[in-house]
Each structure stands twice: as structure tokens, then as C-alpha cells.
Design a binder for this molecule. Structure first.
Ligand code: 9WN
Length: 446
């Protein structure tokens, strides 16, 4: 089994082959599961990172990954967080608990950051370079309408002002137990939520003793599950849920990726136009999405900036307050072009003084309540470092970007394709043979 090849040794080529073997082993029909031991279905932003990382190494597999994810899209445009293509077991909450889906596939009832749009753009670029204009055009023709419908859904169903978008569940942010969410989760009792009758459930995410200390607490899980049960009780009806859901959060990471997604969708319309497809309609759409990117950025600069922390933070729409937390999410604002020049200088100082003091790649969170081993409360994740390095380059900070990329690569080379890493010791944590770690390693060593 070549997936057993350890990614250690001096030979980058051998390690890249090991990364490809991990991805092959985690591949199912048309998509890649995040981890064979923890997450046996298709996850939204995981597939996007897999596609982005694989774009150069295997553009056809990357294109298929995205098309399968978009096959799970709901009629209203939402692309779900999980698509349950098989009846695999071993994950909670499964399809019955969510009670959601489309004609094609059962799904969860929430989404994840729209990383699929920037990923699709990378795949289209790789296809054009490696397979020619008509391969890129065929891919764009197939995915652009679905991507447009997804971003339109965010604006229609998940925004109060038409600029900043919100999520209704911590799982939708991708950074489940970020300390940023604690004040919101403290604001309600799970069993008091309209629609929630009981909190009986069994977690399946702690396969070993050591994992128990590295995963969200039961206190957090009770609230995650209550929010799921409320969503199902209200048939995932956005209008009614907006009235009763206690978690309505303008997450900075989601908004950064959303702004980038709008700009990238504009770029894809341009590309279609250049390939001779769209004509005037494509030009209009390109302008419209670029303008949306700009107005989302401006609104975020206003509402999500914390002068005290020198970073972007999330905003609680129910409590009408900022959620001050020094999270990597605030630094990844750069990926979406959120900071103006002055804000960028503050973000850069914050990064150097507070995050890079660990002499590793960037931790997920610093400050009160940081937990070096627990999930999104401190550990280093490859995907957020990859986003941050991209963002720093946009702002001309190539030195910092390279440092973060080098640190990330060396963690993986020492510890393997782990889910996350201790910022203090660099030790690998969580699951092994984790798909986005392997895929983004390919991109970082390309
Ligand atoms: C819930 C799959 C997902 C990632 C998330 C990560 C974790 C799920 C969970 O795993 O969340 O979506 O059950 O803990 O937090 O970012 O997409 O890898």
C-alpha cells in the first residue's frame, strides 16, 4: 500500500508522491474524503482545498472534485458543508440528524466558506496551461453558473446589508471551536432553543484518549447539536431561522473568502469572455462581481475592524457586538483584500509580534484561552497558513509569506500529513493522512 510511504526523508519528489498516494487512498467516486478515520463524506471547503492544491499536479482530478461538490448544490444555490454520497458510518451528525438535501444527495443543512470559487479559478488556470483553452472553457461553462448561484445565495439569504455575509453555525465557519464564538454560545441554553426537545446524542469524533483533549469540548458540542436540531425543526427555512437562531455571525474568515470569491468569479467571467463565450453579458457579470467584492471589503473595513487588537474580528448580529478574538481568521482577511494599507500595517505587526513568536507557522489563535493542543484554539493548520501566505503576497509581504510557507512545509515533512500541529513543539495532532494537508503540500512544494 503506497499510502503507507512515510513522508520523511530528504527527497521532495518521494514526499510529493506520498502526498498523491494519500489523496488517492482518500478518493471516492469523484471526490476526496478529508480523512479515512474521522470524516468519511465529502466536505465543502476540504474539497476546495484539495482541488486548489491538486490543480497543477492533477488538473483533471481537481476539476472532478469541484464538479462533484457542485452536484450537491441545493435548488436555492447553497452548496452544503457535507454531501453524504454514501452510507458510510462513523460520523456524527449523519444524514438523518440533519434531515436535509437535494434531489440528488442527502446533505447537512449548513454551508462552509465559499473557497470553492477561488479553487475553481485555480483549476481553470491550470487546465488552460496544461490542457489548452477549450478544456478551460468546458470547465468554466460547467461551473460558473453554479458558482454564481452560490454567491448570489449568500447575498440573498445570508446578508442583512447586501455586503457582509453571516453564518448560522460554528461548523459553517470551518473553525468550529474558535474562542471567538464562546460569547455567542454562552448567550443561550441549548435546551431552551425553540425547536430543540432533547440533547441525547453520542459523539463519534474521539476515536482515542489523546484525541479527546484535541477536539472541541462537550459544552461546545451540546450547542452545535442544538443548533442542528433547531435547523431541522424549522426545515432549514432561512426566513424563520433568522428569527429564532441565536447564532447569526458575520465571520471574518467567511467574509474574506467571500470577497475573494466575488473577485475571482469576476475573473472567471472575463476568462469566458476572452475565450469567446459570454459576450456583453459576461462583461456585465464580471463588473458586477468585482464591484460586489469592493463593497464587501469596504463594509468589512468599517464593521469588522478592531483597532484595539489590530486585526479583523467577527460580528454577532444577535447581540450587535464585535467578537474580539485574535484569531488567524483576522489575518486571513488579507486573502480577501479586506485591509486598507493602514490596517494591513497593524495586521502585519500583530502577526509578527503575537503569532510568529512560536517560531513555527501561524497558530489558529493567540491570547486568553489559547490551548496549544485543542483544534481551532491554538494549533497550526495547513489550510489557514496557505491562505495567509497568499494574502501576504497580495500586500507585497513576500518575506513573511515565504517564511510561513517554509515553516508549514517543514512541519509536514517532520510529522507527516497531519490534521493540525502544536505551535509549541510542532508535533502532529488529530487525524493522519489528512487530505488538505497533502494537497496543499503539493502546491507549497511545486
Ligand atoms: C464539522 C472536515 C472538517 C473541516 C472543518 C473542521 C472539522 C467538522 C467536525 O472537520 O469540522 O464540519 O466534525 O469537526 O473543523 O474545518 O472542514 O475536515
Amino acid at each position: 500500500d503506497d499510502a503507507d510511504t512515510p513522508p520523511t526523508g530528504d527527497d521532495t519528489q518521494a514526499r510529493r508522491e506520498a502526498a498523491l498516494a494519500v489523496l488517492r487512498a482518500n478518493r471516492r467516486e469523484g471526490y476526496t474524503i478529508p480523512s479515512a478515520t474521522l470524516y468519511p463524506f465529502q466536505w465543502n471547503w476540504d474539497s476546495a482545498f484539495v482541488a486548489a492544491g491538486l490543480a497543477s499536479a492533477d488538473p483533471d482530478a481537481a476539476a472532478t472534485e469541484i464538479r462533484t461538490l457542485l452536484d450537491a448544490q441545493w435548488a436555492n444555490g447553497m452548496v452544503p458543508q457535507i454531501a453524504f454520497w454514501t452510507d458510510a458510518t462513523g460520523y456524527f451528525p449523519g444524514p438523518d440528524e440533519w434531515g436535509a438535501g437535494s434531489d440528488r444527495v442527502r446533505t447537512s443543512g449548513i454551508t462552509q466558506p465559499p473557497m470553492v470559487v477561488p479553487a475553481a479559478r485555480r483549476v481553470a488556470d491550470a487546465l488552460r496551461r496544461q490542457r489548452g483553452g477549450s478544456a478551460a472553457e468546458a470547465f468554466l461553462d460547467a461551473v460558473v453558473p453554479a458558482l454564481d448561484a452560490f454567491l448570489s445565495w449568500w447575498l440573498r439569504e445570508r446578508s442583512d446589508d447586501g455586503d457582509v455575509v453571516y453564518v448560522r453555525h460554528p461548523w459553517a465557519t470551518g473553525m468550529d471551536d474558535s474562542p471567538a464564538w464562546t460569547p455567542v454560545l454562552e448567550s443561550f441554553e441549548p435546551l431552551d432553543l425553540p425547536g430543540v426537545d432533547d440533547l441525547d446524542y453520542a459523539r463519534e469524533d474521539r476515536k482515542s484518549e489523546s484525541l479527546a483533549d484535541q477536539r472541541p469540548t462537550d459544552w461546545d458540542y451540546d450547542r452545535y447539536v442544538a443548533l442542528v436540531r433547531q435547523g431541522r425543526a424549522f426545515d432549514w427555512d432561512e426566513v424563520r431561522l433568522r428569527e429564532v437562531c441565536p447564532f447569526v455571525v458575520e465571520d471574518v474568515l467567511t467574509n474574506a473568502i467571500f470577497a475573494r470569491a466575488c473577485a475571482d468569479l469576476g475573473g472567471m467571467y472575463d476568462e469566458l469572455d476572452a475565450l469567446g463565450e459570454e459576450g456583453a453579458a459576461g462583461v456585465d457579470a464580471a463588473d458586477r462581481w468585482r464591484e460586489q467584492a469592493e463593497s464587501t471589503r469596504e463594509a468589512c473595513r468599517d464593521r469588522l475592524w478592531s483597532p484595539a487588537l489590530g486585526t479583523f474580528v467577527s460580528y454577532d448580529r444577535v447581540g450587535e457586538r464585535r467578537l474580539p478574538a485574535n484569531s488567524v481568521a483576522g489575518l486571513v482577511s488579507t486573502f480577501g483584500g479586506l485591509p486598507d494599507q493602514g490596517q494591513f500595517e497593524a495586521v502585519r505587526t500583530n502577526l509578527s509580534e503575537n503569532f510568529l513568536s512560536y517560531e513555527r507557522a501561524c497558530p489558529s489563535y493567540v491570547g486568553e484561552g489559547m490551548d496549544l493542543d485543542r483544534y481551532w484554539r491554538g494549533p497550526v493548520w495547513v489550510n489557514t497558513n496557505w491562505l495567509l501566505a497568499d494574502g501576504l503576497r497580495r500586500y507585497g509581504a513576500a518575506d513573511l509569506a515565504s517564511r510561513i510557507e517554509r515553516d508549514t512545509v517543514s512541519l509536514v515533512e517532520r510529522e507527516g500529513f497531519r490534521e493540525y500541529f502544536s505551535p509549541e513543539t510542532g508535533e502532529g495532532r488529530g487525524s493522519d493522512r489528512f487530505s488538505w494537508t497533502a494537497a496543499l503540500y503539493l502546491d507549497l512544494t511545486d
